[in-house]
Write a protein that binds this ligand. Structure first.
Ligand SMILES: [Zn+2]
Length: 137
C-alpha cells in the first residue's frame, strides 16, 4: 500500500521533466493552402495556384473556435511552444497513470457497506449543530 521506491523515482522524473517545459501554447497548428473569394482567380481552376500555404493556429476559447494565421517567422518562433504543449500533455498523462496505478494496487478495501465504515464527516448532522443556546424558563 502507499508508494514504492519505483513510484517515487517515476514521480521525481516526471517532476523534473515538467520543470523543463517552458512556454506552451494550447490548440493546434495546421498548414493549409486555400482558395480565395474571387471567383475569377486562378486558384479556382488551377490546383497548383492555391494561395499559401499558411500556418493556422486554432484553439477553443470557451465555446468559440479561434483561428489565426501565422507568418513564417512566427511559425519558426512559436513551433517549439506547440511541441512543449504536446510534451506537457504526455507528462500529465504519465502523472495520472502513475497515480492511478498506485491507488489501483492499494489492497485496502471497505469490507462491507455497514454505516460504521462510512467516512466520519457525516457523523454530525447539521440539525444537531444548529441548536443554539436556550433561554432558561
Ligand atoms: Zn485566389
Amino acid at each position: 500500500m502507499g508508494t514504492t521506491k519505483d513510484n517515487e523515482r517515476a514521480l521525481e522524473r516526471i517532476e523534473a521533466d515538467l520543470s523543463k517545459i517552458g512556454y506552451a501554447l494550447p490548440g493546434t497548428l495546421s498548414v493549409q493552402a486555400y482558395r480565395c473569394g474571387k471567383t475569377n482567380c486562378r486558384c479556382h481552376t488551377d490546383p497548383g495556384a492555391l494561395h499559401g500555404p499558411y500556418a493556422y493556429w486554432t484553439r477553443k476559447v470557451g465555446r468559440v473556435t479561434k483561428s489565426r494565421a501565422l507568418t513564417a517567422e512566427q511559425l519558426a518562433e512559436y513551433q517549439g511552444w506547440f511541441d512543449n504543449a504536446r510534451r506537457l500533455k504526455a507528462l500529465v498523462q504519465e502523472l495520472y497513470d502513475l497515480a492511478v496505478s498506485i491507488l489501483d494496487e492499494d489492497p485496502r478495501r471497505l469490507r462491507s457497506r455497514r454505516p460504521e465504515n462510512e467516512l466520519s464527516g457525516h457523523a454530525k448532522r447539521p440539525a444537531e449543530q444548529s441548536s443554539g443556546p436556550r433561554q432558561p424558563a
